[in-house]
Structures are given as structure tokens and as C-alpha cells.
Design a binder for this molecule. Structure first.
Ligand code: PLP
Length: 360
């Protein structure tokens, strides 16, 4: 059976090797006579899977000792609430930088928990860009600054992060974590739903500096307090075992590939292939994002009319390209080219774009 050219925005493509390994182990994992899904989460076999995934993530992202790595559920969307519930001290203000729909959603949840401010927004420009660092309204006494590192819907990405000094920088990295090396020390906390770059849906990764755990109010519901998960190695209750198992396999795959530096190079090659097709089309394809803010993970573009876009998407579908329609909120086209999308798929898309332009 042919594998599709999968450009889905999330859940998204997984490495073929990972799927094959999981398939081979499905009925009998590690000689247990059962699948990982059927193991007790308190068993040695599962514990090893769990701890290995955590260690691999630490190694790949060079996460320092004074940070906890947590596996939680509820998606990135639950983090929109958990971040302010745990980190928004009552006498302080949380600063949200708006660069798209996901940061707006994060802000909406924070509003319910305490005082907020908007330190910058590019909503007026249809979120085509990331604000200039010098235009951010930052203050030294804020509870934290929240950014969305990659804007999945608009196809923009922060290239540099602000220096927030003693104010913790909190980043939603759902759609670009593990796509390049990161200086973790610049952040107080990072969170990411796994289903774009890390694995399947069902598990969310939280990387949090240990001193920030002291902020959580005692009266928070147990499951919504980061300390619950930190103190119990993310096994206070039943973790999403199969999702964590696959996450571990994706991380091993990245390590075998050469780590995040090698992945970054590959991602740059893949993105250039498609952006070049846009830039050399004499306006046949128009990128949504401003060039300086372009995402290496989500390439967004339009054609001259909605009619032509429909034709493009229909022909693409016929040729086996999946997931190229833009998010329902902005329309147009979007190619999500996360780590696991093979370079061959990007090459094929580029060829198709050139061909479609020549014919139309
Ligand atoms: C997909 C996405 C989300 C939503 O994630 P869920 O796990 O579905 O809650 C949040 N933020 C960003 C940047 C995303 O790309």
C-alpha cells in the first residue's frame, strides 16, 4: 500500500520507521506477551518506556537539571488554563503576546484566572508577522510573559525570543518543539501537545523550571497542579501509556537521525523547497506570512482566487497530497512539514506546484 503525502496540521505525519516498530511490537512487547497498551502503568516494562522517553527528551533538548519534564493530558489547550492557575500570582499581571488564534485562546483562559495585559499583537496585520522584539511592552514585575513560538494557522514563527530577564518566559511550542536546538534556560516553562512534532495526540509535554513550582496555590484541584505530576514522575494517575511509548520512539528516531541540529538542517531544506516555489511564481502563489516571520513548519499561501485555490486543492488531492487546505479561519492553502514529513513529500509538492502553475 502507498503512503500518502501527508501534510496534515495535526495530528500529523509520524516517521514510517516508528510506525513499523510499533506494528512489529504490537502483539508482544518486549517478551511480555501483550501490547504496551495492555501493560500495567506500574509495571517495570512500562516504567522503562516512560523514563526512557523522559530521558531522551532531556538529552535531545539539553534540558538542565533544574527543570522538570512532565507528561500530562488535556492537550495544549488545558495548559492555557494550567499556566495561569499555577503561575499567575494574585498581585501580578501576566503579559500575553498575541501572534495568532492559539495565543488568543491562551489569553482568554488567563483572563478567567487573574490580571492580564497584551504586550504586543499583530492581529491588525492578519497575523502575518511576529512583532519586533523592541516593540514588545515588557515590565520587570510581571508574573510571566506568554508567547506562541510557531503559529500553526498563519505560518509564522519566532526567530529570536525576547530577553524577559527575571520574568519567566512561557512558550506554547506545540507546533515547533524539537524542530531545532533550543536554549531552555531562556524559558521558565515550555509546553507542547505531542500531535504535531512529537508523536500522537493524547500526551502533552511540559518543561518547567523547578522554582516556579512553588507558585502553585494549595487549593488548586490536584490534577491541575504541576506539583502533583512533578512529585509522582507524571504517574499520579494512569498516564497515556501508548502515546508516551510512541513519543519515545519518535525521540529515538530523532536521535538516530543526528539530533535536533541535523533535523533543523533538514527542515530548512524542506521549507526552502516550497517557499522557493512560492517566491519564483511571479505572484501565482502568494505567501501569507511576511518573509522575516516565515515558519519552517507550516507554509501558508494563497492563489489568485478562491476558485483557483479550489482547483489546486482538488488536483492535489487526486495526486495523493493530503491536508493542504488552510485552517478554516483563514482559508487558502497550508503545507505542514513537521519533522516526520519526508523530504520526498516536499519535493513532490514543489513539483506539483510548478506544474499546476504552468498549466494555469
Ligand atoms: C494545535 C495547537 C494547539 C492546540 O493543541 P491541543 O493539543 O489540541 O489542545 C495549541 N497551540 C498551538 C500552537 C497549536 O499548534
Amino acid at each position: 500500500m502507498e503512503r500518502a503525502y501527508n501534510f496534515n496540521a495535526g495530528p500529523a505525519a509520524l516517521p514510517l520507521d516508528v510506525l513499523k516498530e510499533a506494528q512489529a511490537e504490537l502483539l508482544n512487547f518486549n517478551g511480555t506477551g501483550m501490547s504496551v497498551m495492555e501493560l500495567s502503568h506500574r509495571s517495570k516494562d512500562y516504567e522503562e518506556v516512560h523514563n526512557q522517553a523522559k530521558e531522551l527528551l532531556r538529552r535531545l533538548l539539553a534540558i538542565p537539571e533544574d527543570y522538570e519534564v512532565l507528561f500530562v493530558q488535556g492537550g495544549a489547550s488545558l495548559q492555557f488554563s494550567m499556566v495561569p492557575m499555577n503561575l499567575l500570582l494574585p498581585e501580578k499581571t501576566a503579559n500575553y503576546i498575541l501572534t495568532g488564534v492559539w495565543s488568543e485562546k491562551a489569553l482568554d483562559e488567563a483572563k478567567k484566572e487573574g490580571r492580564i495585559k497584551v504586550g504586543a499583537t499583530t492581529a491588525g496585520q492578519k497575523y502575518r508577522s511576529i512583532p519586533e522584539l523592541e516593540d514588545l511592552d515588557l515590565a520587570p514585575d510581571e508574573a510571566y510573559v506568554h508567547v506562541t513560538s510557531n503559529n500553526t494557522i498563519y505560518g509564522t514563527q519566532w526567530k529570536q525570543f525576547p530577553n524577559t530577564k527575571d520574568v519567566p518566559l512561557v512558550a506554547d511550542m506545540s507546533s515547533d518543539i524539537l524542530s531545532k536546538p533550543l536554549d531552555i534556560k531562556r524559558f521558565g516553562m515550555i509546553y507542547a501537545g505531542a500531535q504535531k512534532n512529537l508523536g500522537p495526540s493524547g500526551v502533552t509535554v511540559v518543561i518547567i523550571r523547578k522554582d516556579l513550582l512553588e507558585r502553585s496555590p494549595q487549593e488548586l484541584p490536584t490534577m491541575l497542579n504541576y506539583n502533583t505530576h512533578a512529585s509522582k514522575n507524571s504517574m499520579f494517575n494512569t498516564p497515556p501509556t501508548f502515546a508516551i511509548y510512541l513519543l519515545g520512539k519518535v525521540l529515538s528516531w530523532v536521535e538516530r537521525y543526528g539530533g535536533v541540529k541535523a533535523i533543523e538542517k533538514l527542515n530548512d531544506v524542506k521549507a526552502s523547497m516550497i517557499y522557493d516555489a512560492i517566491d519564483q511564481s511571479n505572484g501565482f502563489y502568494v505567501g501569507h506570512a511576511e518573509k522575516a516571520s516565515r515558519s519552517v513548519m507550516n507554509v501558508t499561501f494563497n492563489l489568485a482566487s478562491e476558485e483557483l485555490e479550489k482547483k489546486f486543492l482538488a488536483e492535489a488531492r487526486e495526486k495523493g497530497f493530503v491536508g493542504l487546505n488552510g485552517h478554516r479561519s483563514i482559508g487558502g492553502c497550508r503545507a505542514s512539514i513537521y519533522n516526520a514529513v519526508p523530504v520526498e513529500a516536499c519535493e513532490a509538492l514543489r513539483e506539483f506546484m510548478l506544474e499546476f502553475k504552468a498549466k494555469n
